[in-house]
Design a protein around this ligand. Structure first.
Ligand code: BES
Ligand code: ZN
Length: 462
């Protein structure tokens, strides 16, 4: 039997197993789900063992375990290190889901006419990393594993991969490989398959603005004492100018300007602006002047408020001048912008623009560096060839706006450019209510991944 036939014959089993994994609410950000995050790790361990991996273990960290497993068929063959994450984002707000986030259901959508699995983590990243486990199973069952394989599936990606960082630095020999393969990104569509060649970095800050030492009557004091919410809003508004350029001094110093030819190539990728606006129900897009939507997301840094709170937000009206106001602000960064340096620039600038009437506290959260990978590597060529065989089209290289901070760590610590072979779609609602993942994307992904191994063996030419 061929690997392809095995995958086709086992579609239903592969789908049901994924649904079982999706039933585990492995939310790493919320300690309430601690037991479930460990249960998901155990599920991954078992599935790797069943698929035929050796040395399968839960590598304990100060946080959630990293699931490791390998199959070394011949040390002289190339080795592929597969990375993924079994943790998921919180599902809140639950009331905005059409079906419960941890009770997966399959429904058709405009972009998934053959059905999509609706559940938290379906696309990010359970449905995607599990394709690798199933591709491995198929290759093993057919005695047709062309390369050595190592799996490293972590449980803290959604909270900054702090312990993976340490694990990678301490286990370079164990993780030695010829390429890192990651499915945790998007493709343009099944009709226009693509491979991600760039991800943005991230600097994430929390700010606290304090006015008076207690909440005050807004009649007695309003107009005479600084209202920290008013002030915070003004400060945030000033962080971008009328062209949506970020005003933090030094922010753009290391941002690379690309050639007209490079920008044209990015803009040549299929993109339907009208469909994009319609899908989001917006009349117009918004962003930095002088750049297209593809460029704004792929090659330009941004600043966004992720949450803002303070004062009275309950039922009815309460006349209050609050003592404090807060916001969570993230900046998506591009290559060469160091996230720690940007966090410092932000902090200095934010404090400098605060009027004397308030006090400001700035706390950095987790962050990460951007990554750009070359298309001139055996790994990229293997991904392209696998896509050509599975989809009948060449892969389009794309730059995406999301972040996977460990990608730059792989480059630095292991000297490997990760191959970002993702099968989700932009519209799959990652981190949002009603996250979903196309059933066809899942099956095509499994098939393409198995083909990657075939071509990587050829390309790596060992
Ligand atoms: N899978 C995403 C990253 C992603 C999203 C890549 C969309 C390309 C397109 C990943 O799991 C993620 O959400 N990462 C976080 C980073 C973080 C918590 C440090 C992100 O991008 O917000
Ligand atoms: Zn995510």
């Amino acid at each position: 039997m061929s690997v392809k036939k095995y995958i086709q014959d086992n579609q239903e089993k592969f789908l049901n197993e994924l649904l079982d994994l999706l039933r585990i609410p492995s939310v790493s950000a919320d300690p309430k789900f601690k037991g479930d995050v460990f249960a998901a790790a155990e599920f991954v361990r078992e599935s790797l063992e069943k698929a035929g991996a050796d040395q399968v273990e839960l590598c304990q960290t100060a946080g959630y375990p990293i699931v490791y497993g390998e199959k070394i068929i011949d040390p002289s063959l190339p080795t592929v290190l597969v990375y993924g994450h079994y943790d998921v984002q919180p599902a809140d707000p639950y009331e905005l889901w059409d079906s419960p986030p941890f009770e997966p259901v399959i429904k058709k959508t405009a972009r998934h006419p053959e059905g999509a699995i609706f559940a938290r983590g379906s696309a990010d990243d359970k449905g995607q990393f599990y394709m690798h486990v199933k591709a491995f199973e198929a290759m093993m069952a057919n005695n047709d594993l062309p390369c050595n394989i190592k799996f490293m599936i972590e449980g803290e990606e959604e909270v900054g991969s702090e312990h993976l960082d340490i694990f990678v630095k301490e286990n370079k020999e164990k993780l030695k490989a010829d390429v890192v393969l990651v499915s945790d990104t998007h493709m343009i569509s099944l009709e226009n398959p693509s491979v991600t060649v760039g991800l943005r970095g991230l600097s994430y800050m929390q700010v606290e603005v304090t006015g008076p030492n207690r909440d005050l009557h807004s009649g007695t004091y309003g107009g005479a004492v600084a209202n920290p919410i008013n002030i915070l809003c003004k400060m945030i508004a000033s962080l971008q100018d009328e062209n949506n350029h970020i005003t933090i001094p030094g922010f753009y110093d290391k941002v690379e300007e690309y050639s007209a030819a490079y920008r044209q190539a990015l803009n040549d990728a299929p993109f339907d602006l009208e469909a994009y606006k319609k899908e989001l129900d917006i009349n117009d897009v918004h962003g930095e002047a002088g750049y297209s939507t593809i460029e704004r997301v792929g090659i330009r840094p941004t600043l966004d408020v992720n949450g803002i709170w303070g004062g009275y937000t309950g039922e009815g009206a309460k006349t209050v001048l609050p003592s404090k106001a807060y916001a969570k602000i993230s900046m998506r960064l591009v290559p060469n912008q160091d996230h720690k340096e940007i966090s410092k620039l932000f902090e200095a600038h934010f404090k400098s623009i605060a009027p004397d009437s308030v006090k400001v506290k700035v706390t950095p959260h987790h962050g990460g560096q951007a990554a750009v990978v070359s298309t001139d590597t055996p790994g990229y060529r293997a991904a392209d060839l696998a896509i050509q065989e599975a989809f009948g089209k060449k892969a389009i290289p794309t730059r995406e706006g999301g972040s996977i901070p460990i990608c730059s760590l792989f480059q630095q610590e292991l000297g490997l450019d990760p191959i970002l072979l993702g099968f989700g779609l932009d519209t799959d609602a990652l981190h949002s209510p009603n996250e979903h993942y196309g059933v066809k994307n899942y099956y095509m992904g499994i098939e393409t991944i198995a083909l990657f191994f075939k071509y990587f063996k050829e390309q790596a030419g060992k």
